[in-house]
Design a protein around this ligand. Structure first.
Ligand code: TRP
Ligand code: SF4
Length: 328
């Protein structure tokens, strides 16, 4: 096994959906075969935008843990943990905040975008501005070499690298490793309304949806808007259903659908009928295992509590070095 370490996290701010599965989780399960992987649920980060209403965070932590297990994230291969169970993240966040210039945070594009996206909430807080400093602490406390993330997280990664350089320079030793982003070729996963699948658009196929709900959502999913009647030819390239075909349906079968669409030989329901078995196959582990795991949520939680203990040993060791380097 390679000793290179991979770390990534998910904020506990909602249930996971098909986009999370095809984007992040599929990649994580591959990486756990090859690297020393640390995957964690960022419950403190969830506070940065949900501090006014915290009651769902614990539920999301539990649901995410269950989804990870169903997705094949393996606690024997990867270390799975909860951020708040490793309080050393908070200590390191404090120390890093001392050396992080505020303008570095203010010019972070993700910061501005998120603030606009969640315009209904008051995000003029210290914690929200410092979000990427906490994220940097999450990463560097494990000396992770690689961080699998989407493009939207690149500014945060760059900031983590800058903080590492500043720390190592200020205190004269290479305590931290500069983390590198591992950009997964994230497939475009549209939601049922054709926009990007996102819980804020209410257009998600959730990993916790049952088979019938998934069928219903596919049946009513938006298609090529110009294809109004069955006799109208359509254009697969502008159809959100076809975007999902591109991820899940084998090419020959998919090309048949595309051809049938362009010539109006098939209707959208036929086309969705071809997609559905592939989608169901992808979600089968969830249909099969999820209700069982959800009926004893303590077991899933126990798995990540165990992982948290292991993670904490690593975090503690790094903090020894950090205090030493800073002369604290
Ligand atoms: N900011 C990440 C997101 O919203 C979640 C996250 C928190 C994270 N800490 C991290 C991701 C550390 C990678 C590494 O998706
Ligand atoms: Fe989309 Fe398929 Fe309908 Fe064409 S036939 S518009 S690809 S759902």
């Amino acid at each position: 096994m390679s000793t290179k370490r991979v770390l990534s996290g998910m904020q506990a701010s909602g249930r996971l959906h098909l986009g999370n599965l095809l984007g992040a989780l599929a990649n994580w399960t591959r990486l756990q075969q090859e690297y020393d992987c640390y995957y964690f649920i960022a419950d403190w980060h969830a506070l940065s935008s949900s501090y006014q209403d915290t009651h769902e965070i614990q539920t999301f932590v539990q649901e995410i843990a269950i989804d990870w297990l169903c997705a094949g994230i393996d606690p024997d291969k990867a270390t799975l943990f909860i951020q708040s169970r490793v309080p050393e993240h908070a200590e390191l966040h404090l120390l890093l905040s001392m050396i992080t210039p505020v303008p570095w945070l203010e010019r972070n594009p993700t910061y501005k975008e998120k603030q606009q996206e969640l315009a209904g909430r008051d995000l003029s807080t210290y914690g929200f501005l410092g979000y990427p400093v906490l994220q940097a602490a999450d990463i560097v406390i494990y000396k992770a070499h690689f961080v699998p993330v989407g493009i939207d997280q690149l500014p945060h990664l760059e900031l983590a690298r800058e903080i590492v350089r500043r720390f190592n320079h200020l205190y004269g030793r290479e305590v931290f490793v500069e983390p590198e982003a591992l950009l997964s070729e994230a497939p475009k996963v549209p939601g049922t309304d054709g926009r990007k699948m996102s819980k804020s658009y209410d257009n998600c196929i959730y990993l916790s949806d049952d088979r019938e709900t998934v069928r219903q959502k596919v049946r009513t999913m938006v298609t090529d808007p110009a294809r109004v009647r069955r006799e109208d030819p359509g254009d697969p390239e502008v159809c959100p259903v076809f975007d999902i075909h591109k991820i899940l349906t084998p090419e020959a079968e998919r090309e048949e659908c595309a051809e049938g669409c362009r010539t109006a030989a098939i209707g959208c329901l036929d086309c969705k009928g071809v997609l559905l078995p592939h989608l169901e196959q992808t979600m089968e582990p969830f249909f099969e295992k999820r209700s069982e795991l959800a009926s004893r949520p303590k077991d899933a939680l126990e798995v990540i509590e165990e992982g948290s203990k292991r993670a904490r040993l690593v975090a503690k060791a790094t903090m020894e070095e950090v205090r030493e380097a800073m002369g604290m």
